[in-house]
Every structure is written in C-alpha cells, then in structure tokens.
Design a protein. Sequence first.
Length: 422
Amino acid sequence: MKLLLQTNDPIIKQLTRTGEPPLTKVRIILFDHKSRPIRFREGPTWAIGDEVLNICMDGFERSPYFEIVGTSLIPDFNVDPSFVLEENEDVVWVVDMRRIVLRQSYSIHRQLVILANATIRDQEEKVVSGKLVRRPRLTIVLMDFRDRFSANTLCTKAIRELISLVGDNGSVRNVVQPVVRGRKWSDQRNFIVPGEVWDCRPDNECFGSSTLHVSYTVRSDYAEAVMKSFPQYQPISSQAITAEQNAADTERHIDVAHFWPHERDKPSEAHAKLRDAVTDVIKETSDSKGFNVIVDFVSAAAKQGRSQVSPKYVEALLTTKIVVVAQRDDWEDHYRLFEAIIGGALVMTDTMLSLPEGLAHKESIVVYNSLAELRELLSYYLDPRNEAERLSIARAGWKVAISLHRTYHWMERIFFGRIITM
C-alpha cells in the first residue's frame, strides 16, 4: 500500500512546484496509558513497545527536512493544551497508538477530539486577538505498531469527528505496521498458514487518503556499525568488490545462520514453533551436507538486544553467506529482517504477504514457503556453481535496505509522499 496524500495538501503542492519540501516543524505528542518515563532526548533505544517513538525521533533527526521543536507526554489521558506553540508555525502530532490497549482505543480517539478542539479554539482566539497571524495547520499522524492487526476498522466515530474538526486546515493520517490477519502455525502443514491482508479500502475512504503500511526499518545503530566494520572483512584483492561499496562483498566463512537456539530443554515460548522448526532443519541439513552453521543466539535477546549493538552479532552478519529469518507464528515482520539484509548476506524469509517495498523473491531476497523448500534453497544457493546468483541477490537486498528503509525514509514517506534524502 502506498500513501496517497490529499491533493489539496500544501506540502505536496510545494513539492510539485519547487521539487524540494519546506522544513517541517514537528512536535511529538505521545499519549501514554502507563504513565512511565519516556526517554525523548537520550537517543533511540529501539526498545520493545517503543518502536514508533524511536523510529520517529531517529528519522526526524536524521532527515534535513524536519526540525523537532518540542516533545510532550500526556499521561492517563489528561488533556493539557498548554503545549500549543505561540509562533505562526504548523505543527505535527505523532500519536503512538500501540501504547493504548485495545479496550482504550475509543478513549484515546475521544481524547484526541477534545485536545484538537481545545487547541483549535485556543488558536482561533489568538488569531482574533492578533497574537497569531493565522491558525497553524495541524497534522495528526496515528501510528499503530501492534504486533497483530485485529480491528475491523480504524475509522471510529471519534476519528470521523476528528477529521471533520481538523478540516481543510490540516489532516489526519493513518500509518500501520500490521496489515496481515489470520497468520498462525499449522501442525498439519508443519508450517505457518499465512492468513490474509487486511482490506483497508473503507478506512482509506474515511481518512481521505490511503493507509500507509510501513515495515520495520533498518536500525540506525546497526546500519552505522555495519558501515564502519564491513571494510575490514573485505578481501584485499577481489573481483567481487565493485566500485560502489556494498556490505555483501566481504569474506564469508559461515554458510548459514539462524539466530535461534537448537539446543532446547523444551519447546520455545509461544509464537515460536516456526523458529524452532527452522533451526532444526538447518541443523539437520548441516549434519548431512557438512555446512558450517550458526543455530543459536549470538547477542542478547529482548530489551537488552534492542538497546545496544552486539559486536559479535555484527561480525556474524558480515561473515555469513545466508541468513535465514523466521517470523513469529502469529504475525509478520520484525527487526531481524533488515538487520540480516544490512549485513550483506543473502536473506531467506518465510512467507510474507506484506513484503517490504523494493524486495522481490530471487531478486533481492529469497522466500521459502515450506520447510522442504527451505532445504532445497539452502542446497541450491550454497552450491559453488550458484555463487554469482547468491551474491547478486545479497547485493540487491543491501541496496534496497540502504536506499528505501532507513528511519528518515520512513518519515519522509509519511509527510511528503516520497523519499527525498538519498
């Protein structure tokens, strides 16, 4: 799904006229039902549950077309319009919908209506009194990064009221990460059932613009670590090195890696039957064909892994020919996909109905649709006769990640309808 902004959007009109957007001033507004401290200024931690905040802040700071003018936290739905700026400048509210548990969705929508109404009234009074030359344009971006997509519609009665309230002097935009419903593990198939892609057409009509689906981005901390480290793994003299630098052009002595443990006392936690099965397949294939493999964690998991770069993980990414990723049983997408791609390996992923933009099967990524197919693909791409094809796919995947999926690409798509910073 692509973002199609309303045709009367002045930013898009200016893009058309000048070819370059104006600087967009951004105020981050976060509704937090947990009232826990949020680290706005300490840099992204990529912590579980904080994806929207971290990606937004990182993207805004890295793109030259945004300026962060402030951040505000509204705990427990307490409405306080005191953050409204006095200057004559347009403002963007970014609302992290993941922090709102499902039963509170209506409450957060209603509070947005109350807050927007109070803000607009305050601005109009200042225009009348001469404190403001005009009422600033208000753009509200609703971002939903829940793992599962479960709502029948995102266009509630309150959202329709909010859209009407903002009117022509602003817009309400809808951004979602989960778009697949019904994905699950099947014991009968010994693989996942992929489910189906959510039909967003009714919501598009409501919002007046297409819902933008955004995948997890390349983590900036790992992108920087790879760019800094990969030259030391390149051969001194090799025909594989091209004039354009690419992390795929490194010496790789590990055949296959799947960063999930093979030695388990019991089946893994919920939602990980596929990962268990993939690790077992890789270990069995290694035993029969003599492949050099990694089937274990090489860095810290969960929150610790999200808050720091692991040198061992970076080294493994840069020295492995094929990295196999397996998503959770019940939902699509995860950071591991682009972490693997940015490392320059050929990446194999299980079935994805919402494959990130630019990635194509056997062109920049390889998709396996069963465990049997995974075995065949591993044998094929590790055959020395197919090395050139493997490297071609790996290089293409790396270019897609670098040119389309950094955090600033993500934010520019949302606000300008296209990528500007290359």
